[in-house]
Design a protein around this ligand. Structure first.
Ligand SMILES: Cc1ncc(COP(=O)(O)O)c(C=O)c1O
Length: 371
């Protein structure tokens, strides 16, 4: 039996090990531990990679979203439109900024924000929209930017799963007014602890995030705004700098792995493989398929040594954490149906053809059992 994890961090680390260890050693020798030369260099390199003016390193993706919202002036009493089909941090950041998340449903093909539903949810209190490039698949941004312009709203991309993804040839991270990235260890670009980044082309928004991430402090012990401790540390920045030059190759490998999965799965009519619109060049942070008997299949794959997952089993609007918002089952029918039928198959750059074949063969056997 093979053992195939959802993500294999060891496979990525091995070829980078010496480089990463020597970078960490240099930091410990210097004892320059936060917001130092590595953070500054990473900010420049990440901005250049995404073709955006500013990149500001922060402590994680949740803080990146939170500080982006605050930089845009989002505050108590405001509303922010987003999706319920996302990791909870998207909605959490809105609440942390004092505002109320307003959830719209998703498109049944892309599983991303249904852009046709945004306008109906705009009120005089709406301040911003957060589209989430979920699974590394870019959202259809042009209609969103059009709505934002008409209603004078900010758009903050949740690009936490979309490092290197492109929309109509342009990198995510510079498509809205601001964007938030996570460097959680399993992301396409992952730290060995926590990390995040805010990107923007707006000088003033960048200035505010730089202040907010360090207690609103332009100079030690002088505080212009109430911020927080949201700094990126030097060791994480060094790890990310070692990895960034490989990101495009890893993403290309993920796309090729996804294409192979899709080809193998085409023999199974019950499996709906990821839909990629013409405008999108996704980076397959996750490879998500939709299929019947999801929970039984998940248990079977586990027995077969395959680490599949569900991203995410309960949408935000039905989480107890957001009970106060007053949503109920049936409010977002596409989101609710999709979350009951999706499964994420093992996906990482180093995944071999043999491993992909093993996964698909197991799915095939599962459906053949009932035949
Ligand atoms: C879509 C999305 N938004 C936000 C986050 C939050 O990032 P972090 O875990 O770095 O705080 C994550 C990842 O965990 C994510 O996947």
């Amino acid at each position: 039996m093979m053992n195939i994890p959802l993500v294999d961090l060891k496979a990525q680390y091995q070829p980078l090990k010496q480089d990463i260890l020597s970078r960490i050693e240099a930091i410990l020798d210097s004892m320059y531990l936060f917001l130092g030369p590595n953070v500054q260099a990473l900010e420049k390199e990440f901005a250049a990679y995404n073709n955006v003016q500013h990149a500001i390193g922060v402590s994680e993706g949740t803080t990146a979203l939170h500080l982006a919202l605050r930089a845009c002036g989002v505050k108590a009493g405001d509303e922010v439109i987003t999706v319920s089909h996302t990791f909870i941090a998207t909605a959490e950041a809105i609440v942390l900024a004092g505002a109320t998340p307003v959830f719209v449903d998703i498109d049944p093909k892309t599983y991303n924000m249904d852009v046709t539903q945004i306008e109906a949810r705009i009120t005089p209190r709406t301040r911003a929209i957060i589209p989430v490039h979920l699974y590394g698949q870019p959202v259809d941004m042009d209609p969103i930017m059009g709505i934002a312009q008409r209603y004078n709203l900010y758009v903050i991309e949740d690009a936490c799963q979309a490092h290197g993804a492109r929309y109509k040839g342009r990198y995510t991270g510079g498509l809205g007014h601001m964007a938030a990235y996570s460097f959680y260890f399993s992301k396409n670009l992952g730290a060995y602890g926590e990390g995040g980044m805010v990107t923007t082309n707006d000088d003033e928004l960048a200035r505010r995030v730089r202040l907010l991430r360090d207690h609103g402090s332009p100079k030690r012990y002088y505080h212009d705004m109430v911020g927080l401790n949201g700094r990126l540390d030097e060791i994480q920045a060094a790890v990310l700098r070692a990895k960034l030059p490989h990101l495009s190759d890893w993403n290309a490998q993920r796309r090729s792995n996804a294409a192979h999965y899709t080809e193998l799965l085409s023999a199974l009519p019950q499996v709906q493989t990821p839909y990629v619109p013409d405008y999108a060049e996704p980076v397959f942070h996750l490879y998500v398929v939709r299929l019947p008997e999801r929970d039984a299949l998940l248990a079977y794959l586990k027995e077969q040594g395959i680490g599949a997952g569900i991203h995410y089993p309960i949408p935000c609007h039905l989480q107890p954490a957001f009970a106060e918002l007053g949503y109920k089952p049936g409010d977002l029918p596409v989101t609710e149906q999709v979350t009951g039928e999706i499964i994420s198959l093992p996906m990482y750059a180093e995944l071999t053809a043999e491993q992909r074949e093993y996964v698909v063969a197991a799915i095939q056997r599962f459906y053949a059992r009932g035949a």
